[in-house]
Design a binder for this molecule. Structure first.
Ligand code: FRU
Length: 537
């Protein structure tokens, strides 16, 4: 029963004793957002914005109630409250039966069960688990209520989604950031032999963005926010609200912590001995949001390294770093474009496996689904010497191979013969193909999928799908493309990762052709066709 019916005043449910794992909540995009509040023993426990469905829900979202078992809560809502009575608790998420088998659910990319995701956050490898935290709105498939969602995996391909790691608090919402393991107990959060996993994140509120930390002693499952937050409040210094996305790592030669932080017009470097007090060191203009900064061997030579700094768009500079300032030598370059944004790399990789592995947010939506956004394939970043100098290249990690089964390989085909092979493919829903084409009579050529040009190599203007590209051998007339198609997205790696791009699939039910090579008298020098398994059970 509702105490108050008017949507201007707070309507409230009867007390509900939480005995089941989930609280299922109906959402309709036609209803306006209202603020929902949970109270435990009369005290506010959480509040968030939700479009509570007043009539038929478009979809259901859920609250994981694991931390509130046995407690009695009251739910208040200041919006149209007709849907309050439909909220119910259950040990299953509403829609569990079809989870991960929904029609437009990516089958080998990470997506959240319900709600919105954007940036990957706090990516770290620890005790055999890859942790992927991410910007998350659990309550709607649009951006709002920024929290850190959390998933873990042993191989970066099969993910298990865990309860939300960091939720909004009185200071504001939880924006992007990173995690580290404090092996030396520099902050004093460790317990016995258990080192703390420490998260650095931006708290956003209407007034400003400040840098905060929290720590976990149970492998990221539960978090305690530091009681003296914020660590850095630099709005006044920059006369700007844009100060965010701390990326923290240990700088071994100087025995101190480094934080790369985006402040207004570029990336700043701060240093610290104890993770609590931070000193500003330097600032490099020319980047926006989501810094990353790391050292990589050039051509695999450990004795010859360079540092890479990038921002949210993945454009990067190459240079040197002395623990306090990054000095650019070349840039800005790009190695990937398209739907990728705000990519991050895994921290704390073991010495036996020092790969620099990146995951980017894929700005891809999934028609009709109760979730939005996805993570692109994990890729290994390397520095390679090219005709233009040292450049970053990226390729899917070897762990992706388990999901693809090679069904055939052919060489030296005409495009007609190659198209006959493609015609025999069982499903265009999800697959991978790898191909090398050679142009001789055509100035441009490529591949289209259901009417969408997924590969368009323009040898005359030197473009791959509209972006400047000059192959390593500029006389070769060849291009190699490793193409990953999932239900809603395409990712393409050109010439062993020299350039890559990703984008949303456009479903075209009327398309006359399926998957075809186009271009005048091209030679398909190599064609490999793979079926793709689902990563979900
Ligand atoms: C990048 C970004 C970050 C911010 C986060 C908020 O996509 O704008 O700068 O921390 O998203 O969700």
């Amino acid at each position: 029963m509702l105490l108050l019916g008017s949507h201007l005043l707070l309507a409230q449910t009867h007390p509900i004793k939480i005995t089941k794992r989930y609280l299922n909540l109906p959402v309709s995009q036609n209803d306006s957002r209202g603020t929902m509040q949970f109270k435990v023993n009369g005290n506010p426990e959480r509040s968030f914005k939700i479009r509570l469905a007043s009539e038929k829900p478009d979809y259901w979202v859920f609250c994981d109630m694991v931390a509130l078992q046995g407690k009695t809560i009251e739910i208040g809502y200041d919006g149209k409250a007709d849907g309050l009575g439909k909220i119910y608790q259950d040990d299953q998420v509403a829609g569990q039966d079809s989870m991960y088998r929904e029609q437009n659910r990516p089958q080998y990319h990470f997506t959240t069960r319900r709600g919105w995701i954007n940036d990957p956050n706090g990516m770290i490898f620890y005790e055999g688990e890859y942790h992927l935290f991410y910007q998350h709105n659990p309550y709607e498939r649009e951006w709002e209520n920024m929290s850190w969602g959390h998933a873990v995996s042993k191989d970066m391909m099969h993910w298990e989604e865990l309860p939300t790691a960091l939720s909004p608090d009185n200071m504001g919402t939880m924006f992007s950031g990173s995690t580290i393991i404090d092996y030396e107990n520099t902050a004093g959060f460790n317990k016995g032999n258990t080192p703390a996993m420490v998260a650095f994140f931006t708290v956003d509120n209407p007034e400003k963005q400040v840098q905060c930390m929290a720590y976990s002693l149970d492998k990221g499952r539960t978090w305690t926010k530091y009681d003296k937050n914020p660590l850095i409040d630099s709005k006044a210094k920059w006369s700007s609200k844009d100060t965010r996305d701390p990326r923290v790592f240990w700088y071994k030669p100087g025995k101190h912590w480094v934080m790369a932080l985006n402040e207004r017009d570029g990336h700043s470097i701060y240093t610290s001995k104890n993770l609590k007090e931070w000193q500003f060191q330097s600032h490099l203009t020319g980047f926006w949001e989501c810094p990353d900064l790391f050292e990589l061997p050039v051509d695999g030579d450990k004795n010859k390294t360079k540092w890479v700094m990038y921002g949210a768009s993945a454009s990067y500079m190459i240079g040197s770093f002395d623990g306090k300032a990054f000095k650019p030598e070349s840039g800005k370059h790009y190695y990937t474009t398209g739907s990728i944004y705000a990519a991050q790399t895994f921290a704390n990789m073991p010495e036996s496996d020092p790969r620099r592995i990146q995951i980017g947010w894929g700005r891809v939506s999934h028609t009709g689904m109760p979730f939005n956004g996805m993570m692109l394939l994990p890729t290994e970043l390397r520095l390679r010497t090219t005709k233009n100098g040292v450049r970053l290249v990226s390729q899917p990690v070897k762990e992706t191979e388990q999901l693809f089964k090679k069904e055939g390989q052919w060489t030296a085909l005409s495009s007609d013969d190659a198209n006959a092979k493609l015609k025999a493919m069982q499903s265009l829903d999800q697959f991978r193909i790898k191909t090398t084409i050679k142009l001789s009579h055509a100035t441009s050529a490529g591949i289209s999928l259901l009417g969408q040009r997924i590969l368009d190599y323009d040898m005359n203007s030197n473009l791959v799908n509209g972006v400047f590209y000059s192959p390593e051998d500029m006389t070769s007339m060849e291009v190699t493309a490793d193409i990953y198609v999932d239900r809603t997205s395409v990712e393409i790696f050109i010439d062993n990762g020299a350039y890559s791009y990703s984008f949303q699939r456009k479903a075209n039910a009327d398309a006359k052709e399926g998957l075809v090579f186009w271009g005048n008298r091209i030679e398909v020098r190599n064609l490999e066709v793979f079926t793709a398994k689902s990563a979900w059970k």
